[in-house]
Design a protein around this ligand. Structure first.
Ligand code: DGT
Ligand code: CA
Ligand code: CA
Ligand code: ZN
Length: 577
């Protein structure tokens, strides 16, 4: 049983407790699930080596949950889980992944229509049965159908944030096998695309059989689909396929270039080769039977008169022209964000206190964070009003007064109301270090209305960062209908920064939007939107989006040291550069 399997059961428990209307437990189980999923420690190994006390080393795992995990590891279940699963024999994780379908509604759907699966839901919705339940209506029914369609369309692809840690771990472990020289993840993962079809690993080694034996023996492997000395393909527990190709060391660069892609990029590069009377394939770049280069990617590109392009921008959208002219952008490096400017705490819907979030951020090497809890019109999160923001500010002052080399900024994730106004007074906003605002309601306005609403909000003299510019959640919620170009231009005109959200299924500002912002000289901010300490480590996923959008360090405000960031924030908006 993997950490991911355990996390799934704990998430199910959280949903069951929500159905039952139990207080506190849902949040605790959800937090434990996040923590286990992102932990570098394997729960089964911990348990094997140190029993139940060892499990409690995982943050968020206390007495009760450690008993449950023991039950899962020893017997594949535990009494409370069996009781609730019997009471609600439904695929609650899948059903509640549909927008607007929470656990409470899943319970009603089961009780009234015996809906257990996504298939049942689709059948009931197309038969017009959902609308017969009090409180559901035609709109809800349509929304469910849309949600199902969205889910189907993203089927078979995986979020980068979920796959990258697994791929990186495999790469590192294969590198340690004796005889291995190179082990590198290629394909869409190397290009850091937002979703991933499969994992492609390239290896050069003197002992191919050994590498393949280690690969098929990884604990994540569910099934071996093809096992040979040059190519082996497996399916992982999470459904994703992974393959390892063993290639000749002398053509490593050519193979890496070929298998990194994108296909579109490769098509253009190969045409360039043909135009020069050359041939390019995964074994090298050739004139007739003479191999001109193959050892490194740089060598291969050089034959074509190109400097090597960072994988993230190999999309056939201008990078080849830039490489020809030696005008490639210097992309923002991974690890260069100094502070997270969107985090939520237990003051609202986050799991941890301000002090805990700050300590975790500092442990990751960050220099500052902004606490940006939700504000009052988001009542379900316990959103803060002016008074509570002030009180929170006093807590932050007290924490900052202790010498730590780390700074907590006062902020908020203010709500943009339907008319574009903000739900907190200007006087209170003025006292904050950094004000973010986002759309959290009225997602379905027309493009013209939605655009005007967001632009009106950006005109507020205290709004520093537009959070969640599009509101998209991958595979779950369509973006709001927005004239994004007009919004980005308004950001420039008003001196407002725009957020790149690093959370794995958010990235609601897309690479193409980032590129537009960079071209227009709009400042960006990279945040995790952390609701728990375990989320803070997602910052580099946001850096990947920034890189895909051709952003440099200077485009991203929170790569700056604190004093410089504060100088920008304290400059009146119409004077910001
Ligand atoms: P994915 O797996 O759907 O997220 O996307 P990729 O880009 O990883 O695609 P994949 O796994 O099918 O192939 C890996 C790379 O191999 C791809 O990016 C470029 C190269 N490649 C594969 N098939 C072809 C092809 O037919 N033509 C060219 N030029 N390159 C190919
Ligand atoms: Ca791939
Ligand atoms: Ca592949
Ligand atoms: Zn929140």
């Amino acid at each position: 049983m993997t950490n991911r399997d355990i996390a799934a059961v704990l998430r199910e428990m959280a949903l069951y407790y929500e159905m039952e209307g139990v207080a506190f437990k849902p949040a605790a189980y959800e937090a434990a699930a996040d923590s286990i999923e992102s932990s570098g420690l394997d729960a089964a190994t911990l348990y094997e080596e140190g029993g139940r006390p060892a499990l409690k080393k995982i943050p968020g795992v206390g007495e009760g949950i450690s008993h449950h995990i023991e039950g899962l590891l020893k017997r594949g279940g535990f009494p409370e889980y069996r009781r609730l699963h019997k009471k609600y024999p439904i695929d609650v994780l899948t059903l509640t992944s549909i927008e607007d379908l929470g656990p409470k509604r899943a319970k009603v759907l089961y009780q009234k229509l015996k809906i257990k699966t996504l298939h049942d839901l689709e059948r009931a919705a197309t038969a017009g049965k959902i609308r017969t339940i009090p409180g559901f209506g035609v709109k809800t029914e349509e929304k469910f159908l849309k949600g199902i369609a969205l889910k189907k369309s993203s089927h078979g692809r995986y979020l980068l944030g979920h796959i990258l840690p697994i791929a990186t771990k495999m790469e590192e472990e294969l590198r340690r096998v004796s005889g291995v020289k190179h082990a590198v993840v290629a394909g869409s993962i190397r290009r850091r695309q937002e979703t991933i079809g499969d994992i492609d690993i390239l290896v050069t080694t003197s002992q191919p059989e050994k590498v393949m034996a280690v690969f098929v023996g990884f604990p994540e492997v569910a099934e071996v689909l093809e096992h040979g000395p040059t190519k082996t393909t497996v399916r992982l527990q999470n459904g994703c396929q992974a393959d390892v190709r063993v290639i000749a060391d002398e053509s490593f660069g050519a193979a890496l270039q070929y298998f990194t892609g994108s296909k579109e990029h490769n098509v253009v590069v190969r045409k360039m080769a043909i135009a020069k009377g050359l041939k390019l394939n995964e074994y090298g770049i050739w004139r007739g039977r003479k191999r001109l280069a193959a050892k490194t990617e740089e060598d291969v590109y050089k034959v074509l008169g190109l400097s090597a392009m960072p994988p993230e921008i190999r999309t056939a959208s201008g990078e080849i022209e830039a490489a020809k002219k030696n005008r490639l952008p210097v992309l923002i490096p991974y690890g260069s964000v100094r502070g997270d400017l969107q985090t939520q705490t237990s003051w609202t819907d986050g799991e941890f206190s301000i002090a805990e979030m700050a300590a975790a951020a500092q442990a990751l090497g960050l220099e500052y964070i902004a606490v940006t809890d939700h504000t009052r019109s988001l009542a379900m999160t316990g959103g803060l009003d002016e008074k509570k923001l002030w009180l929170q500010g006093r807590e932050i002052d007290a924490l900052n007064a202790k010498p730590s080399g780390f700074t907590i900024l006062k902020g908020a994730e203010v709500n943009i109301m339907k008319d574009g106004s903000l739900d907190i007074d200007d006087e209170a906003l003025k006292k904050l270090d950094v004000v973010g605002a986002a759309v959290h309601s009225h997602f379905k306005l027309s493009r013209a209305e939605q655009t005007a609403r967001v632009i009106a909000a950006m005109k507020n003299p205290h709004l520093d960062v537009l959070f969640h510019p599009t509101g998209r959640i991958i595979g779950r919620r369509e973006p709001i209908d927005l004239d994004i170009e007009a919004v980005i231009k308004a950001a420039k005109a008003t001196g407002t920064a725009v957020e790149i959200d690093s959370y794995p299924d958010r990235s609601d500002l897309r690479d193409s939007h980032v590129r537009m912002a960079v071209e227009l000289g709009v400042k960006l901010v990279i945040d995790t939107d952390a609701h728990a300490t375990a989320h803070l480590k997602y910052l580099d996923l946001g850096v990947a989006i920034a890189r895909r959008g051709w952003a440099s360090t200077s485009d991203v405000l929170n790569t700056r040291p604190l004093a410089e960031l504060l100088r920008w924030l304290r400059t009146p908006k119409n004077k910001r550069k």
